[in-house]
Design a binder for this molecule. Structure first.
Ligand SMILES: *[C@@H]1O[C@H](CO)[C@@H](O)[C@H](O)[C@H]1NC(C)=O
Length: 172
C-alpha cells in the first residue's frame, strides 16, 4: 500500500517537475586504450560537450590491473574477464565523470551497442570501431554502477561542481 502511494507520488512528481530540477545524474565514461591510441579522445569528449552534458571530473591514467579487476568485478566469472582487464590496463585511458539529466542512459545511446557491429552509424561505436574487444569506450550501464564506478576511479575532491553558463539554454 505504502509502496503504491510512493510510486504514484513519484509519477505525479515526474509529470510536474521541469527537467531543470530533476535529478542530475552522473555517469562514468572512459576512453579505452584503443580509443586513446587511435587519437579519438577529442572526438569523444566533443560529442558529450556538444550534447550539453557537464564534465565533473577527468583524468588521464594507465589504470592498474587491480583497479580494472574491481571495475569489472561483475564479469569476474566470464571467460573473457582476464583478457578484458589486461586490454584495459595495456595503455592509458581517459576516465571521466559526466553530469546531466538522464546522462547514464543517454550516454549509452550515444555510445551505441557493446558490439560495434550492432551499433548504428552516428553512435560512437557505430562510427569508429569494429570489434567488441576493441570498442574504444566504456560507459556505466545503470545509475547504481555509475555511482560505484565514479567512487572507484575518483576521490570526492577530484570531482567539480560548477555552473555551466549556458545551462538555461540546455534545460527548460
Ligand atoms: C555553450 O556555450 C558555448 C559558448 O557560447 C558554446 O561554444 C557551446 O557550444 C555551448 N554548449 C552547448 C551544449 O550548447
Amino acid at each position: 500500500m505504502l509502496a503504491s502511494v510512493v510510486c504514484l507520488l513519484s509519477v505525479i512528481a515526474r509529470r510536474l517537475t521541469p527537467l531543470s530540477i530533476m535529478v542530475r545524474e552522473r555517469t562514468f565514461i572512459a576512453v579505452k586504450p584503443d580509443g586513446v591510441q587511435r587519437g579519438l579522445i577529442g572526438e569523444i569528449i566533443k560529442r558529450f560537450e556538444a550534447k550539453g552534458f557537464k564534465l565533473a571530473g577527468m583524468k588521464y591514467i594507465q589504470a592498474s590491473e587491480d583497479l580494472l579487476k574491481q571495475h569489472y568485478i561483475d564479469l569476474a566469472d566470464k571467460p573473457f574477464y582476464p583478457g578484458l582487464c589486461k586490454y584495459m590496463s595495456s595503455g592509458p585511458v581517459v576516465a571521466m565523470c559526466w553530469e546531466g539529466t538522464g546522462v547514464v542512459k543517454t550516454a549509452r545511446v550515444m555510445m551505441g551497442e557493446t558490439r560495434p557491429a550492432d551499433s548504428k552509424p552516428g553512435t560512437i561505436r557505430g562510427d569508429f570501431c569494429i570489434e567488441v574487444g576493441r570498442n574504444i569506450i566504456h560507459g556505466s550501464d545503470s545509475v547504481e554502477s555509475a555511482n560505484k564506478e565514479i567512487a572507484l576511479w575518483f576521490k570526492p575532491e577530484e570531482l567539480v561542481s560548477w555552473t555551466q553558463t549556458n545551462e538555461s539554454w540546455i534545460y527548460e
